[in-house]
Design a protein around this ligand. Sequence first.
Ligand code: PLP
Length: 451
Amino acid sequence: MDDKRPTGWDTRAEAVSFFGFTDFPTVKRRGSIVLTHGEGPYVFDTEGNRYLDANSGLWNMVAGFDHPGLISAAQDAYARFPGYHAFFGRMSDQTVMLSERLIELAPFERGRVFYTNSGSEANDTLVKMLWFLGRAEGKPERKKILTRKNGYHGVTVVSASMTGKPYNEVFGLPLPGFVHLTCPHYWREGMAGESEAEFTQRLARELEETIAAEGADTIAAFVAEPVLGAGGVVPPPEGYFQAIQPILKRHGIPLVSDEVICGFGRTGTIWGCDTYGVVPDAIISSKALTAGFFPMGAVILGPELADRMQAAAEAIEEFPHGFTASGHPVGCAIALAAIDLIVEGGLIDKVREGAPRLEAKLAEVADRPNIGELRGIGYMWALEAVADKATKAPFPSELSVSERIANACTDEGLICRPLGQSIVLCPAFTLTDAEMDEMCAKLSTALDKVF
Ligand code: PLP
């Protein structure tokens, strides 16, 4: 570390940066944080402060910030072939190997993969594929996309339209044709006296009625995260996917699993859809796909969509879509190394084995009057703050309670994400027991200070 680094990095950052997804009043009051490096699950700032990152970057740095195996995979890949596209009938050998590996791991006996640089672009690509397919199959009206309120699918114009967050209204989004169903959050959305199974049935009826109202022939897909991530870590209610998939099948509507957060171990299985026993028609992947060491996303089509897309593209003679860095050989080599680490290297086992301990420790932290619900699975958890535990009444939004909790955590040297009224923890899979204890202790101290 260069300890002669000029100070005032926060002022410099604020002078030249336009911050996305940032609470401007907080930055005005507290200043920004400029980071220099990471070690394991910790990051360090220009002032020498160390933070345990309970966010693992943005759910993606699942092997920590300095994994030697991933660093050397990246170094070797750069030395061998520093970049190439996947167009015009050409692609790198690493790209082919990664696609083979993804299809082997997907719950499909065969399929096809298309690469992007991010999860948002992967969702955009999926929608363009479905619109392309609709036109090629003589059904250009088959364009609508069904998602859920509070679901998060990205920031591009189309993926933000898929996202069911009211903040996108500032952009005049969603675009027409993006339909958002009820958020499958039993604790918040369940009605008085309604069991979880009855809630699921109500959501299934809503889906059936929406398909009838919109017209099955106008709907291109239903896209869902197995567990809503940026919506505040919402696992589905009992039997959810088992109730909705038959309805979609009956109407010929593909079910797409947005696995950008859940994929590659976050829920304790390779895919979130595996955890919930459902085989989708396509998978959207990113984040842990490269353990955060390279920006990359992928659309993995299952057999039926893959065959139809291939037939449509051959008939039209081209699928005119892709990014300069689609299937980047370095990204693919890193992904192959990350997948080995997660699947064979024991990281997924660590999530499965560590999850009950994490849940028990968080339950102790959450046992206080102003935490209404602890929810999650694997290594993705949220604590929802409430003004009144009995009525579940939220704090007035202007108090921004989760922002205050997150700031108190930062003061303790812990990075947590405020999302709505919840505070979210999604640590690296490499977290040791001691680091898990430190994370929970710091969160507890921060909550003591806020409440
Ligand atoms: N889909 C889901 C479920 C996500 O959580 C995210 C990002 O958090 C995205 C898509 C968008 O991915 P990206 O930020 O890489 O564009």
